[in-house]
Structure formats: C-alpha cells, structure tokens
Write a protein that binds this ligand. Structure first.
Ligand code: GLC
Length: 723
C-alpha cells in the first residue's frame, strides 16, 4: 500500500511538475541527442546526415535525454552544465547500446544464444549494467529481440537466432540481468527491447528493407521474444526502421497502440530508432517533417532519437489544433516516470559519482566471467577425432585471426581490444607447442620461409572468419563464404599434407564450401575479451564444448531462408526418385548444420524415451541418455513438438523445452520434462492462442534432427486459450 501511495504521490508531483513546463520544455523532453550537441568535442560517433540538425543552443538544452556517452567525466560535465542552464532542473537520462558488455566484452548475442543457458545471459547483462553505470549510463538499448532467419543480414550477430522460444528466454534473461530487482538502485540499467517489429524479416536480408508477413506468422514467430522482454519488465521499447505490412513501424499506430500496448500490455516508454521519425518522409508516408511529427505523436512515439521533427513542428501542430497538448503531456509523463524510477531526481549522476570505476571496470572477476561464458558459447561443428589436442602436438597458426586481438565483435565500442590476447599468445601461455604463427588472408600471404616453418607442425590451425567491419548494422552481404580467399589456406595445409583444425570468427552463419573437409571445425563467433583463452581451453580439452547452433548453417546462399521450424508443403521432399516435389536441382534441402547442432568430446547416446500422459493437461516426458565416453561434459537435451494435423498448418518441429545437463564420464541419466498443455498452443491471425484436439509428436534430441519421438493425444479443443 505504501508503494502504491508513494507512486500516487510521485505521479501527482510529476503532474504538478509538468504543469510548470512551457510547451517548448515539454517537447524538449521528447528529444534525444548525442553528446556531440552538448559538447562540441564529444567522441560519440554521429553519422553524416544528422550531424547538423540546425538546432540552436537553446533548443539543444531543452533535450530530455542523451544518446551514448564517452565516459563518466563527459557525462558529469554534460549533466552539470545542463542542470545549471535548465530552468526546470529535470535531469537528463543517458541511454546507450550496451549489447554484450561495456568494457568487459561478452560473446555476441548470437553466440550467447548458442550457450542455451539463459542464466549466463543474465549474469553477463548484470555485469554489463554495473560497468556501464560507472560512466553514468542509465538505459541500454537491449535486448535486440528480433528473430533472425536470414544470414545475409549483418545484424543476426546481435540477435538470439531463428527460434522464437530460445530468443524469448534469452530476451527475458537480458532484461532481468540489466534491470535487476529495482532500476532505481545504483548498478542497474533500464532495458529497451528492440526493434519493434520483425526487423529480422527484412526482404533479401538487406538492412532497413521492407517487411511483409501474415499476422499469423508474426504472432507465432516474431512477436514472442518482444512479448517475453515486456513480461520480464522492460521499461522501454524501440520501434524498428522497417515498414511492417506497408506502414513504417515508427508511425505504425496499430503496432504501437493495438499490439504493443493493448495486447502485450506494454506500459513503458516508446522511442524511435536513430532519426527514425524523419525517415518516414523518405519512406514516402509523410510529405514533410511536420507531417512526420504529426504521425509520430499520434501513433504513440514518446522520444524522438536524433531527429528534430518534434522540436521543430509539434508546437505549431498544437497551436493549429491538430495535436491535443494532452498527448504531449502523457508522453512527457512517461519520460519523467522513467527518470523517477531510475532515481535521477534524487541523484542525477547516479553511478558516475558513486561507483569506483577502477575497482569495477574490467576487473578480473568480470573478465573471467566473459571467459566462462565464452566456453559455453562456442559450437563444435565437426570433429573427426582430432580434438582435443595434446600439448605435445606442434601447431602452426595461419589466417587473419592467428595473431589478432579483434575478438569483440560489433556493438562493443567501449571495449578496448588492445587488452585482448591473441590466439597465438593464448596457446603459448598454455604451453602448447606453437612452431609458427602469422596473420594472413590468402595462400599468397605465406612465402617460402613461412612454408618451411609451417611444415614443421603436426597440425595447422586455420584461424579464419569475417572482418570486424563485415558484421553488424548496415553490413548485409550476398556472398557468405569466407572472404578474401581464406579458403586457399586450407589448400595450403592440404598441399603440406597437414591435418587441420578450423576456428571460425564470424557474426553470422557462413557458407563453408570446401572448409567442411577440415578435420575439425570450432565455431567461436566473436567471444569477447577473453576469447583466445576460452578457445585454447576448448581445443586442449580442459573445457568440453557444449554450444548448440541458434541459427541454421546453409549449404549456399540460394537456400535462404532456411530454418528448422519450416512447414511441410504439400509435396515434401522424399527421395531422389520423386521429381515433382519441393526441392532444388542443384543442392539438397538439407542445411550444412541444423539448428540445435553442436558436438561434444563426449558421446551422448539417446537410449530411450517414455511419455506419460495420464496427467490432466500435463505430459511427463522421460529420456534416458548415456555418456558413452571418458569425457565429462554438458549436453543440451532439446524437446520439440509437432501438431500432426492442424489448421492453419504448423511447422514440422517447434522447440518447446531444453535442459542443459552435466554428465560425468560414462554416466547415464534420466532427464524429465514436464510438458503443459499450454506448451502445445498456437496463435491465430488475431494473436489468439488456440488448441486443437489431436495427435502431437513429441521428439527429443541433441539437435533439431531429433533421435527419439512419441505420439500423444491431446483431448482438449480450445478455440481461445486466453479467455
Ligand atoms: C542504431 C540501431 C539501434 C541502436 C540505435 C542507437 O541505428 O538501429 O539498434 O540502439 O541506433 O545507437
């Protein structure tokens, strides 16, 4: 009751406060600018066209929030200068992209998803929040909850992959980690779930492109992770750049009002993406910036990030009677509410003044955590028995990542890669016998004397992948093979008759081509500050790989989009004797590696499965698994369902549960899953969950290519489960 009363008092006070503001001051609270505008020498990168938003000094100091910040000194000086100049003394709120670490950099989100361990994501987010707050950051633009099925898109690195269930768990864990129990406490950040909506479904995988989909696809595939982040309490939501079924998300009142607010019960603050509001003119849905402002405020945009349609045009729209001041007051209330919840009225500097940066940022325990998490994010794609390696084995490291510190990946700009170890350094530190290492991209980069040295090795380690600037935002590609002729390095090793271990450093599934003939392939993505140590631990066998793919590896780009939870079609591929079926003439329908795939040094045998459906509305699934090896390690046991007959048709498989289970050497365990009837639900085109009576196939395995399955009959027929 006390908290409710307090909230009421606060709301009343905020209402009083809003009454004291001029219309310019109110509209200013709805504008977010980079530090550049407050301090002409800010280090924050401000991209071209928005560099000069023709704002004068008075307009700049009306802004309510700041995008990005270089460091605590910069934050303190901006906040101090702002409060000195401000009449109303409402503090600025500082927001930034703390995606997978602040200065201690964790694996990229796509790698985090491959851990199939949401608690690690929560731990990483918690540490990232604490470190970021030493610089006075209060809000992070995370989780990126966009389901991603198209590896041409550079931002798949920032997503949790192709599966709605896995992405939902990871998005919720991210919110919980950043926000903790109370965002007013020092060391916690408010989360901003993004990008609403379905940014990952852009046509042709080309960034910022169009999105068109059925509402039934939206509700069953793309909506769940956003909803999970909202249920976990995300205080903000960011609208996506793309159009969604013909309307730019930024001014999409149905998406905002009907789906986000009414259906998902989102009560927080809505922010555009970077200059998203003025982009609606380019989209062609607003004639000019004034119309863009009109559509934005009517649709429900609270904060306009890095464009000036509100500050330049909202006042006139109110004076012309086209916009009711009450809409603006409501938006301002949400901004002030956020500032109140963050405790900024009591302490505008928060972590910047009270946290000891030297003790917190990149402290040993944080860096060790990045390594521990990295261990579980790497995915062993192939191993013909060459791994783990013995310390006596002589190694030659070639490729662009042989001696390279660039292991942080995109969206880690506060991370200082100069403090990272290289793979060669990590191997040497762990007393592996490294006889040669040199960065190179192509066979021609290795000359006669290099080749002499490489010949002394027993194994060539190919350290290959994408370059930092090839992955992330605005980095779509149509060719997904290893760039700059790196595949020739496999040829070099073969010419020297050497066995090879390929280590991949990349932000998206790649087309491997001949690389698939390497004796062993470890997918390491970009694993962050201690990537090199983690990789060497895995190759030496002191840690057993346990990661599973959160996104399908295609054989070639022509298959895109290819994902595990696809529909069956009326003419599913059966065998090569059937001509008129859904297939290609030049490549099979199969992926190179499927969703959920990942090997271990252990050998997990799925021995038996029992299903007990005598539970009303519940099913108990038991699976017996033997670790038939001398290696202890984790196995991610995955449970998929299929509704055998449904209308609309449902995917051939849907991940509904998984358990990451530790096995000692030669240990046999029985794993139990409790499946509830609600796990069998599907959504119709109105987003209503329903359940059809009928047979379901429950299948279990260490990947989406499951090993065991049972049928269960679900008696219930429920046409709207939400009632
Ligand atoms: C970028 C991204 C968004 C990010 C924002 C602020 O363009 O689309 O994810 O949070 O701008 O940096």
């Amino acid at each position: 009751l006390a908290r409710v009363l307090l909230r009421k008092v606060y709301k009343m006070n905020l209402k009083q406060l809003i009454k004291t503001l001029s219309i310019e001051e109110k509209i200013g609270q709805l504008m977010q600018l980079a530090p550049f505008f407050f301090k002409k020498d800010s280090k924050v990168e401000v991209i071209g066209s928005v560099r000069h938003l023709d704002l004068d000094e008075d307009e700049i100091f009306l802004a309510g929030s700041v995008l990005g910040i270089g460091n605590r000194e910069e934050m303190i000086s901006i906040q101090k200068k702002y409060l000195e100049k401000s009449r109303h003394k409402i503090p600025l709120v500082f927001m930034a992209d703390i995606i997978h670490g602040y200065e201690s950099i964790f694996p990229i989100p796509l790698a985090l998803a491959c851990s199939f361990n949401p608690s690690l994501v929560e731990q990483a987010s918690k540490v990232s929040a604490l470190e970021a707050q030493t610089a006075g950051i209060h809000v992070t633009f995370a989780p990126m909850a966009d389901v991603s099925r198209d590896p041409r898109w550079g931002r798949v690195m920032e997503s949790f992959g192709e599966d709605p269930y896995l992405a939902s768990l990871m998005s919720a864990a991210t919110v919980k980690g950043f926000q903790g129990s109370d965002i007013s406490k020092v060391g916690h950040l408010a989360s901003c779930v993004k990008h609403f909506a379905a940014y990952g479904a852009i046509e042709a995988g080309r960034d910022y492109n169009t999105v068109e989909m059925s509402m039934h696809q939206f509700y069953n595939v793309y909506a769940p992770p956003y909803e999970a982040a909202i249920k976990a309490g995300s205080h903000l939501a960011m609208m996506a750049f793309n159009t969604f079924n013909g309307i730019p998300c930024t001014v999409h009142d149905t998406l905002i009002q009907n789906i986000l607010k009414d259906e998902m019960h989102f009560k927080g603050l809505i922010i555009t993406d970077y200059d998203g509001l003025q982009q609606v003119v380019a989209h062609g849905v607003a004639e000019n910036r004034k119309e863009a402002a009109y559509q934005g405020i009517k649709a429900g945009i609270d904060i306009e990030m890095m464009s000036t349609t509100y500050i330049k045009h909202l006042k006139a729209l109110v004076e012309e009677g086209r916009v009711d001041i009450k809409i603006i007051d409501d938006a301002v209330m949400r901004v002030l509410e956020l500032k109140r919840k963050l405790g900024l009225f009591e302490d505008p500097y928060k972590g910047a003044s009270s946290l000891d940066r030297n003790k917190i940022v990149m402290c040993e325990s944080h860096l060790e955590l990045t390594k521990k998490i990295a261990h579980e994010c790497a995915v062993l794609l192939k191993n013909d028995g060459l791994l783990p390696i013995d310390k006596e084995v002589k190694l030659a490291l070639i490729g662009p990542y042989a001696n390279n510190q660039q292991t942080n990946g995109a969206w880690s700009w506060h991370g200082d890669t100069r403090k990272n170890k290289t793979l060669a350094e990590a191997f040497i530190k762990q007393q592996n016998k490294v006889v040669f290492y040199k960065n190179g991209h192509h066979i021609s980069d290795y000359h006669e004397d290099d080749i002499k040295e490489i010949s002394k090795a027993d194994i060539v380690i190919l350290c290959l992948g994408e370059y930092e600037r090839e992955t992330g935002e605005a980095k779509s590609k149509t060719k997904l093979n290893l760039p700059r002729g790196q595949e020739t390095l496999l040829e070099l090793a073969k010419l020297l008759n050497k066995k090879t271990i390929t280590i991949l450093f990349n932000g998206r599934p790649l087309v491997l081509n001949e690389m698939i003939t390497s004796n062993a392939i470890l997918e390491t993505w970009f694993l962050g500050s201690r990537a090199a140590d983690a990789i060497v631990d895995l190759l030496n066998g002191s840690v057993n790989p346990s990661g599973k793919l959160a996104m399908t590896f295609i054989q070639n780009e022509g298959q895109i989009p290819l994902y595990y939870n696809h529909l069956n079609t009326g003419r599913p591929y059966r065998d090569e004797y059937n001509e008129y079926v859904s297939k290609y003439l030049d490549v099979s329908n199969e992926p190179e590696f499927c969703f959920g795939h990942g090997l271990s040094y252990a050998n997990f045998i799925y021995q038996s499965m029992d299903l007990d459906d005598n539970f009303s509305n519940n099913y108990q699934v038991k699976v017996q698994i033997k670790n038939d090896s001398k290696f202890a390690g984790y196995e991610v046991v995955q449970l998929y369902i299929k509704d055998n007959v449904s209308r609309p048709v449902r995917p051939i498989k849907e991940l509904k549960a998984f358990q990451k289970v530790w096995f000692e050497a030669n240990e046999t365990k029985t794993i139990i899953f409790e499946l509830h009837q609600s796990d069998l639900l599907y959504k119709n085109e109105k987003g209503k969950p329903f359940l059809e009576a009928g047979f379901f196939t429950i299948s279990i395995g260490g990947s989406s290519q499951t090993k065991l399955s049972k049928q269960v009959y679900c008696k219930e027929e429920i046409d709207d489960y939400s009632k």
